[in-house]
Design a protein around this ligand. Structure first.
Ligand SMILES: Nc1ncnc2c1ncn2[C@@H]1O[C@H](COP(=O)(O)OP(=O)(O)OP(=O)(O)O)[C@@H](O)[C@H]1O
Ligand SMILES: [Mg+2]
Length: 493
């Protein structure tokens, strides 16, 4: 790809951008949120048209006009936003648009697509029933189905846009195994990621974009992560120091949960959250952390257990109840629960707190919603041409920042952050860490669920660890190490 320009209303997403891919290499494509990574690859796959520039495929100039055309050439993309259709089965999703038909009839051969899907999944060592509806799968499993779908096209170029965002350690290992297999077969793989350590682990070369421009390409073995980060942000980043952890035990308990139980996902969970603290919840994917968060937030019903807010027993039956008790929840699956994609940035930010912006007659005060949402946009450095941009047009990471902005505006005393920095670039990650610290200084209490141990260790005053629906350990910031956390995270009953 050479000299690629792309302008969206109000945004020059790419200017004179370039990229090249060799057969049999894994080429990492990195850059801050909004740098233009997804856009560049969507141009390559015919999702967007370019304003200028040329694309050469196997030495010949090509004009890729549609995703179908890209697919026929052998170029597939696994998108950052899932494109699966929730009420169709896994097999139907994989074979959509090229259903195998029986004989002369027009009846979809369910049996055949199920059989073929089973083969693909088996090849990936993936334990999913082809007949399951996609909406009943976890985010991680949906992601794997996306990969299976791309693989089913026998692509020669495979683009993965942040594929590990929602995967467990073992699923990531599995994915890397598949990537290595494909590399050996000569498939060229574009790998978009915000996790710097993955570049070292899986990629042969790395290309950096910044503000829609090409910054450079290097062999991974010749470049350090620090150098890559510097190319990405164009400046040095200073890490926020670890937070102080003194006199934590004397602070007021703002939230206490006792013996929470729900089905076999939450077996027995009790813990306390103190004012102004960040309580980290560590554990492997599937340990039940998100389920606990959802239960406290009233998104799922509990079978039994008690919840106390500032010492008073509360009965939370719905998210609305939770919000009225001052509890906010930033869900891990932002697309599904956090945003209204067709609404603009401003409305998404103020939506959960409209009451606060109403005047005497119940009218929403637009000047207030405007100034407050503008403040959040500045504070979180959300990259958007205006407050009136629909959130579906923001880059993935910037959409996540909008969800964070929404809960900050809600002004809840207790905030549950589920994987708050997933998909967020290194620079913005630091901004979010600073913000969490700032919130605790303002007296907010935070529960932070994270699968990234360095993040948990750096941010938490106290850490509880879960395994298979139970709390298996508690560590103070001083005691906590990766090894200790992993010990409890794998401690089965
Ligand atoms: N369909 C669209 N309409 C308008 N603007 C868009 C559209 N798609 C992307 N943009 C804008 O183009 C710029 C580049 O976005 P892109 O999604 O390519 O970033 P990215 O590098 O993939 O970021 P992230 O790491 O957050 O996913 C951003 O400013 C984004 O808001
Ligand atoms: Mg993107």
């Amino acid at each position: 790809m050479e000299g690629i320009d792309k302008k969206f209303p109000g945004v020059q997403a790419l200017s004179k951008c370039r990229f090249d891919l060799r057969a049999g290499e894994v080429h990492a494509l990195v850059g801050e949120n909004g740098a233009g990574k997804s856009t560049l690859m969507k141009i390559l796959t015919g999702v967007y048209s370019k304003d200028n520039g040329k694309i050469f495929y196997k030495g010949k100039e090509v004009n890729i006009l549609s995703p179908k055309m890209a697919q026929e050439l052998g170029i597939s993309m696994i998108h950052q936003e899932f494109n699966l259709i929730p009420h169709l089965t896994v097999a139907q999703n994989i074979f959509i648009g090229r259903e195998i038909r029986k004989g002369i009839g027009f009846i979809l051969d369910e049996k055949e697509i199920n059989k073929r899907t089973e083969e693909i999944l088996k090849n990936m060592n993936l334990n999913v029933d082809p007949c399951t509806k996609v909406m009943n799968l976890t985010v991680a499993k949906q992601q794997m189905v996306e990969i299976a779908k791309a693989l089913s096209y026998n692509s020669e170029v495979l683009i993965m846009d942040e594929p590990t965002g929602a995967l467990t350690e073992s699923e990531i290992e599995e994915l890397f195994r598949i990537i290595n297999q494909l590399r050996q077969k000569g498939v060229g793989i574009v790998y978009i990621t915000h996790r710097m350590e993955e570049i070292k682990k899986i990629a042969d070369r790395v290309t950096v974009l910044r503000d829609g421009q090409y910054i450079g390409t290097a062999d991974v073995k010749d470049i350090s992560i620090d150098q890559i980060i510097k190319m990405m942000v164009g400046r040095e980043i200073y890490e926020t120091s670890q937070i102080s952890t003194s006199d934590n035990d004397e602070r007021e308990i703002v939230l206490e949960v006792k013996n929470l139980k729900r089905g076999n996902v939450i077996k027995d969970v009790s813990f306390k959250l103190r004012k102004g603290e960040i309580l980290g919840i560590a554990g492997l994917m599937g340990a039940g952390r998100t389920e606990v968060a959802r239960a406290i937030f009233g998104a799922d019903p509990l079978d039994s257990g008690e919840i106390y807010v500032k010492g008073k027993r509360v009965h939370i039956k719905s998210p609305k109840d939770a919000i009225s008790h001052g509890i906010g929840y930033l869900s891990e699956d932002r697309k599904r629960y956090g945003l209204v994609l067709d609404m603009d940035v401003e409305l998404n930010i103020v939506l959960a707190s409209l009451e606060r912006f109403k005047g005497l007659l119940g009218w929403v005060k637009r000047d207030k919603t405007k100034s407050e949402s503008q403040m959040r946009v500045d504070e979180l450095k959300i990259k958007t041409p205006s407050l009136q941009q629909k959130v579906k047009f923001l880059s993935g990471g910037n959409q996540q920042k909008v969800v964070i902005a929404k809960w900050l505006t809600q002004d809840s005393d207790i905030l549950i952050f589920d994987e708050p920095t997933r998909g967020i670039d290194v620079g913005a990650k630091n901004e979010i860490y600073k913000l969490l610290n700032e919130l605790t200084r303002r007296g907010k209490s935070i529960i932070m669920i994270s699968s990234e141990l360095p993040e948990i260790l750096r941010m938490s005053h106290r850490i509880i660890v879960m395994c298979e629906g139970r709390v298996t350990g508690e560590l103070s910031a001083a005691e906590a190490t990766e090894e200790r956390i992993m010990y409890y995270a794998t401690k089965r009953e």
